[in-house]
Design a protein around this ligand. Structure first.
Ligand SMILES: *Cc1c(COP(=O)(O)O)cnc(C)c1O
Length: 516
């Protein structure tokens, strides 16, 4: 690695690409001890069952007319078939436990096993939200403790725990903002300002709540254009939604000024806190003038992501919005903790509930475990190491791959564009697919939209230098192959994955969601 980096034009030359070898077909689709696997609904044996039940006589007189006459039509698998089916599917899947997962903006960090152990403690894992509160005092104490640390880390006075993901948190924040405006007789404010680089959930959430979305321009160095923002603020604006650090991986230097002009115009400042990992323990968003911010526990606080588990997106709220937080909230009284369902005084203006119960308890446990096991100094180190790792990636690749905002260090993710691929015949998509053949999940592609052919790489702090060097070596070798005109390696990639190049547009536009 050292040699490779010393030499600025140095890029390892790739072995000759052999299309014949990549298209080798096995007899029935298996591959290297992995069998090909159908989806469970494509197993056509619907009349078998893996379980033996004695015939039982059931009195159906009560539900006369509602008795099912036809078969249930569930796939019939024996226990070993069922176990193997899901294990085979899991082996087709990528996971953070397999390799570095460089999806920018997603903070795919290691999920510590201690978190899992705590979430499985019977006193926490086996309880139900409908139990009497007197029997779940420990769980409520845990929620209260998590709320305390979220408020402490963000410097905000209130938190709504129940939103179930970042996007749900955005909805919660905007509903609180809407309720606050309405309570002040300012319900006529119908516009939300969103920068061009925003994550798609920001404008989508604003539109879902019924607001008109207006875009705010960006400066040449990848930040919010404050003059443009100020010119668009006015009596019709309810809120701005700004991500900090932003989706270009850059800290918004003018954040204090952004908050000031926003408040001066009578609007609220919603901060998309998805990138909190870059500043946790170092910067408190409350000190920057933020009114509401979601925290993706599944990003910053290491709880599992996507297929690995439900998310959780608690929203911290400023003094101005605290009274509008959704129900319920944990309160402590002389005789223990309780869940408040009805606010008094100002809190009576809360906008209702975000979900049936209290949110993702399992994620609260994991996130609090993560916080307590790191401590204040450890969480600060998380942010520092995340930023260090991203800058290591940026420095290791920027002689080959073009960087749209080269000035100064990046935060927790390194953004590249596709100018360096010009004339090679290889696109960002091709490059990402070739990474799969080399054993690495692609980075985030084509996001943010403000740079052409974006490649957004977020290594997170949990990657060792050795693992990052392996990743960098693969990217440098692939970049070399692209620049040397080895186009076939990219055009049909991935050659070695269970599913080859997919028609992703059609999959998104015409998804087949049912089996008949
Ligand atoms: C991940 C992310 C979101 C959405 O969060 P979910 O938990 O996936 O709903 C919003 N904004 C940014 C910048 C993100 O990275």
């Amino acid at each position: 690695m050292g040699d490779m980096k010393m030499n600025t034009v140095g890029r390892p030359s790739a072995p000759d690409f052999d299309v014949e070898a990549t298209s080798f077909q096995t007899l029935l689709g298996g591959r290297g001890l992995l069998q090909s696997e159908k989806l469970i609904f494509e197993w056509d044996d619907y009349h078998r069952t893996g379980v033996d039940f004695a015939d039982i006589a059931i009195d159906t007189s009560d539900i006369d007319g509602l008795v099912r006459g036809d078969d249930l039509n569930l796939p019939g698998l024996t226990e070993p078939e069922c176990v193997r089916h899901y294990v085979r599917l899991s082996q087709k899947n990528h996971a953070i436990d397999l390799a570095l997962y460089p999806l920018g903006s997603c903070t795919m960090k290691h999920n510590p096993r201690l978190n899992e152990k705590m979430a499985r403690l019977p006193g926490l894992g086996d309880i139900h939200p409908l139990q009497p509160v007197s029997t779940v005092q420990g769980a409520l104490a845990l929620m209260d403790s998590l709320a305390h640390w979220l408020k402490t880390l963000t410097g905000m006075p209130a938190v709504a725990l129940s939103p179930k993901a970042g996007a749900h948190g955005e909805l919660c924040g905007l509903l609180a903002i809407k309720a606050a405006h309405e309570a002040k007789g300012e319900g006529h404010r119908r516009t939300v300002l969103v920068p061009t680089s925003a994550h798609g959930t920001n404008p989508a959430t604003a539109a879902f709540v019924g607001y008109t979305v207006k875009e705010v321009a960006q400066t040449a160095d990848g930040r919010v254009d404050v003059a443009d923002l100020a010119s668009k603020l006015g009596p019709d604006v309810a809120a701005i939604m700004v991500t900090n650090p932003n989706t270009c991986g850059l800290f918004e230097r003018d954040i204090i000024e952004i908050a000031r002009v926003t408040h001066e115009a009578g609007a609220y400042f919603y901060c998309d806190g998805a990138n909190f990992n870059a500043i946790v323990g170092r910067v408190r968003p409350g000190d920057l003038g933020v009114d509401a911010m979601h925290i993706n526990l599944h990003k910053t606080f290491s709880t599992p992501h996507g297929g690995g588990g439900p998310g959780a997106g608690p929203v911290v709220l400023s003094e101005a919005l605290a009274a509008y937080a959704p129900r319920p909230w944990v309160v402590s009284a002389n005789d223990g903790f309780d869940l408040a369902e009805h606010g008094e005084g100002e809190s009576a203006a809360n906008f209702g509930r975000m979900c049936a119960f209290h949110g993702q308890m399992g994620m609260y446990i994991r996130a609090l475990t993560y916080m307590l096991s790191h401590g204040a100094d450890g969480l600060k180190k998380v942010a520092e190491d995340a930023v260090l790792n991203a800058n290591y990636i940026k420095a290791s690749l920027s002689d080959l791959m073009s960087v749209p905002f080269p000035e100064g260090p990046c935060m927790h993710e390194a953004l590249f564009d596709d100018r360096w691929l010009e004339g090679t015949g290889v696109t960002t998509l091709d490059f990402a697919k070739a990474m799969i053949d080399e054993g690495f999940h692609p980075m985030t592609m084509y996001f943010p939209l403000v740079v052409h052919g974006a490649m957004l790489i977020e290594p997170t702090e949990t990657e060792s230098r050795a693992e990052m060097d392996r990743f960098v070596a693969v990217l440098r070798a692939l970049a070399g192959a692209a620049l040397d005109g080895d186009v076939a390696r990219f055009k049909g990639a991935p050659y070695l994955a269970p599913a080859k190049r997919l028609d992703e547009t059609r999959a998104a536009r015409q998804p087949r969601l049912t089996f008949s």
